[in-house]
Unconditional design. Sequence first.
Length: 486
Amino acid sequence: MKIYLYGLASGYDAEHLIRLFFPLAPVTAEPPAPDEDAVLAGLEGDTLTVTLRRNGEQATETAVYSPDEAVKPDRALADLAYGLLRRHTGIRPPWGKLTGVRPVRLINDARAAGRSEEEIKQEFLHWADCTPEKFAQARLIADVQAPIIRQGSGCKDYSLYIGIPFCPSRCSYCSFVSCNLDRDKKLVQPYVDKLCEEIAEFRRQAQQSGLRLHTIYIGGGTPTSLSADQLRQLMGCVRQNFPLETVREYTVEAGRPDCTDAEKLAVIKEYGATRISINPQTFSDEVLRRIGRRHSAQDILDCYAQARAAGHTDINMDLIAGLPGDTVEGFEQSLRQAIALDPENITVHTLTLKRASRIIIEGQQDEYADVAAMLQISTRLLQQAGYQPYYLYRQKNTLQNLENVGWCKPGHEGYYNIYIMEEVHSILSAGAGGSTKLVHRDSETIQRVFNFKYPTEYISRFDEVLERKKGVTEFYEHCCGTQTSG
Ligand code: SF4
């Protein structure tokens, strides 16, 4: 299946709408041959046309577009394509026409703009064609988030992200920049040294701009790829530079048991983390093997027990629905196992097919079970077990266009996850691949400062990394007229 767009200044909306039905279809610049499966959509004169050609059959719809219309032609074409594709593919996208990654944000923003609950409901159910179940879940999450967003939405509030781009092996679904520890071990120590310098620079920038730190998140990659001593160095640097006693949440991803041990878990606790994440993804040994993990389900159970023994009282576990080789029954077993451990958070992701992942490169993408059924099971079992959804986001190219949902025991909402996903405040991001997002809600300004993607460049061009940090104070001087405090 190909996508061919014509006659538009921008085809962004139409392209992403068509991808709800054909997630991996490439856009082609040339008209496809008459016998090729394709969606052709475009504007000619005042006529919008969408054609679906598939398996030798063809369906076409047209509409008149007037330049006076409030909607742009690309959006009008997307709406036309939605109707045609929904009728002729038999696919009913659960989120309807919503292609964005933050459906909950739409509710939060509409409420902030004073729209009534009825208006918001009409927009989701009728204009967007969202299912009542998805809308109800999004609204419930918006309710849970409201007080947390209020607490963190001051124009000087921020969170700090620290990235560790190393992993013991590469998972088949991974599209992140993550270096293999076996191959790149010699980079780790210089990387940690530079990272500590960058963290200290962020502290200076934040101080100068009068910012208030809310949450810290050390993610990756796999932060526990660092040795226990390197973790001490890094977390010691964080403790030295930031007032942990006033930070509301400090998360460290102890993602994989093949590089997490009792000593590292004790260091993470000792140096002030309040929340960790141990990510089984599945409790099936066979699926773990298929996705390239070099550990067993028993290793995850042992790691979890070690984390509790080290005193961690707020633990998240990530699971993924739709892993290659998994089944609906297998996913349910994994979920029941996670629930039996009684972690404070369980995050259920839907597998995303990224072009850089081994799954796509090696063509394994045809072997997926019913992901929608998996998510329905997760909603039922997690609610029964006393978990509530507290954040939700979608990614492009997610199986069956579904979502990722963070569930928690009440009172254990992961604040950082809400702050980043709802763009509540600035996220200063340290490390290779870091993307600092500066947010000023009052003036609706968002600006990004990027770090180099790969650790080698991050280390060798570190002067430039530091130079770019000046963007933080410049942003706040511009948005808030900050007088520097030195
Ligand atoms: S642990 Fe995460 S970052 Fe590392 S290879 Fe697996 S998916 Fe990628």
